[in-house]
Each structure stands twice: as C-alpha cells, then as structure tokens.
Design a protein around this ligand. Structure first.
Ligand code: AQP
Length: 332
C-alpha cells in the first residue's frame, strides 16, 4: 500500500507535479494507493490563518487540488482519495504521537529551520509540530511506501523513528514501518529565479514557480526570465554547485521527457540557453495542456468532487479506526 499527499496551500506547481503527482496514475497499477489532500497542513502557512479570507476560499483551493488529482489520472474508484480534515483520527493520532516525539527532533528539521526563518517575528507552533501530523497521516494507514519529493525525506525518517519508538515501548507491531519512495528525477526542483532554494507553491514571487494552471504565454515568460549563467559560449551541463540555474532547467526537462540528463547534455552540446528554454517551454506545454483541459472539465462539477471526498473519507476512516483501536489496546 502506498501513501502520498499534497497540501492545498495554493495552486500546485510543476515541482509538486514532477515530485509526486505525475507518478500517481502509474502507482495505481502496482499498489493500493491512498491520496490525501492535506488541508490541516496547509494551515501552518501563517498568511492562511491570519489573512482575512474570501468566503469559501479554503474549499475552493481544496476542490482545485482534487480536480488536478483527477486530471493527472487518479481514479477515485481504484484509490482512496480523501480530505485530511474529514478524518478526525489524524488529529487524534497526532496528539498521541506528540507525546512520543522529542522537541529536539523537531527543531532539527530542515523545513522548520527554512520556513521559520522566512516567517520572521512570530512562528506558530504548527510549523514546528507539522512532521508529527505527517507521521500520523502515514502511520494511520499501515502503508509500506510513502512517495514524496526530496524535501520531505527527513520527515519520513522521523516518522519511522517515532513508529519504531512506539512499537519498541509496547513490544508490539502497532505501526507498520514505511519506506520512502523518491523518484530519481524531478524530486528536487528549484526556484526559477533562485535555484539555490526549492520551487514552492507559496513563494511570494510568482515568477519563481510554474503553476500547473499557468497559461502558455505566462510559462514562456517565466522560463525566459529563469536564471542561467553568464558562460560564453553557453555551456549546457549539469553541475549543481557551479551551474545551479542550468542544472535545474536540465532536471526539469529530464523529468518531463523521461530522458537521462547525460543524454540531454549531449543533445545540447554547442547549443544556446535559448535553445534549452525553448525546448522546455514546448515540453511543459505538451504536458500541461491536456491536464489543464481535463482539470476544467472536472472542476465544473463541484457536487461530483464533494462526493468523491465524502466516499474517500468513509473508506479512509474505516482503516484509520482500526489503527487507533490497535493503539489504544496497548495504551489503556
Ligand atoms: N521543489 C520540489 N521538487 C520536487 N518535489 C517537491 N515537492 C514539494 N516541493 C517540491 C513535493 O510535493 C509534494 C507535496 O508538497 P506539499 O504540498 O506537501 O508541501 P511542500 O513540500 O511544502 O511543497 P510546497 O510547494 O513548497 O508548498 P508550500 O509552499 O505550501 O510549502 C511533497 O511530496 C513534496 O515533497
């Protein structure tokens, strides 16, 4: 069984797509899959909590996310597709696992360090305890695989540690220890404007990220502005330290086309950065246009989307309750 999730903290980017979403359809053929919309996680973005919201803003983003899942080939009849906040066992297990996690372990998480630096003055404690809720999401379902981008690897290691700790204390296999699945290419996409940091859906500079619903004109403009370097003549080769911008573009293209970077380097020998960008724009267009078409069809039918979430939550709850029952059999 495989688990994967995205938080509806904004419109999904091609980094979310290449990191996880583009693999979900094929994963359905090999595993029983559970695909979650992690709306409780999205609350940790401070601007989400304190900003005055437009009416129905949250549900709108949730349905946008679900419609994208479907447009990428997720089949709600084959996989369990659900909204985290509709399965209360996530918050129940979250509290219990809080009591089995050391503060030091949370402070060591890279994502906390990066995000708390950006938040400056006051940091909400959800940002710190986020990995415990993530551990709860995973451990509730007895999954053996968790598909994530590279940025979440550390959180999965912590999930395993917490699970082993609880199993050890009670000398019982309460939780299944999951293994992390990170795909070879596309799992560490960087910002187009600052390739030393990751591409994020909540980056305040919208030109740093390609969003899955961006129109083609905008995509062309964003790639035109993407950072490369000043080597003359152009040198299209992969070297993360010395050529982070070009390496990021090569990684995006390699993941989209499913061609090894070494092959792309050969192809682009004696070619220009403009040639590289033109090919990326064309490839992104070919990938995103059919997804966008399907997205708009699914997005129109809100009742259908809400029904998928209702059915998904019913199935997820059934599994989650079994885990909680097993846990309380040793706690009480
Ligand atoms: N830059 C990335 N490259 C590859 N994979 C990525 N993922 C995120 N960023 C990249 C993977 O996408 C999945 C869903 O991510 P998330 O929504 O749970 O949250 P995140 O990792 O915090 O992603 P964002 O886009 O940066 O969101 P915000 O801006 O809201 O924090 C995860 O498996 C993640 O690894």
């Amino acid at each position: 069984m495989l688990f994967s999730a995205v938080q509806p903290s904004g419109l999904l980017t091609i980094a979310n797509y290449l990191g996880v979403l583009c693999h979900w359809k094929e994963m359905q053929d090999s595993y029983d899959c559970i695909y979650c919309i992690a709306d409780l996680h999205a609350m940790t973005a401070k601007k989400k909590i304190y900003k005055k919201k437009n009416k129905n803003e949250n549900i709108k983003t949730i349905l946008d996310t679900l419609a994208l899942y479907l447009a990428c080939g997720v089949d709600p009849n084959e996989s369990i597709v659900f909204l985290q906040s509709q399965v209360l066992e996530h918050t129940q297990l979250n509290w219990i696992l809080n009591c089995y996690t050391n503060l030091g372990e949370l402070f060591r998480m890279t994502q906390f360090k990066v995000k708390s630096k950006n938040e400056n003055a006051s940091i909400n404690s959800g940002l710190l305890t986020y990995p415990i809720l993530m551990a709860s999401d995973i451990l509730l379902y007895d999954v053996d695989k968790v598909l994530v981008g590279e940025d979440q690897k550390q959180h999965i290691e912590l999930t395993k540690k917490i699970a082993r700790r609880v199993n050890g204390i009670y000398s019982k296999e309460i939780f299944t220890i999951p293994s992390v699945v990170i795909t070879k290419s596309g799992s560490r996409i960087k910002s187009l404007l600052d390739p030393t940091k990751k591409m994020s859906k909540s980056d305040f500079n919208r030109n740093s990220s390609i969003f899955m619903l961006d129109n083609i004109e905008l995509i062309n403009k964003k790639f035109a502005k993407a950072v490369t370097d000043s080597e003359n003549p152009a040198n299209i080769s992969f070297n993360k330290q010395k050529k982070p911008g070009v390496s990021n573009l090569l990684e995006i293209l390699s993941a989209l086309k499913n061609i090894p970077i070494i092959e792309l380097e050969k192809f682009f020998l004696n070619k220009t950065y403009l040639d590289l960008k033109l090919m990326i724009c064309q490839t992104v267009k070919n990938k995103l246009l059919p997804i966008q078409e399907k997205y708009f069809l699914y997005r129109k039918d809100e009742e259908y989307l809400k029904d998928i979430l209702f059915r998904g939550a019913t199935k997820a709850k059934k599994r989650a309750k079994e885990t909680i029952k097993r846990l309380f059999s040793v706690l009480n």
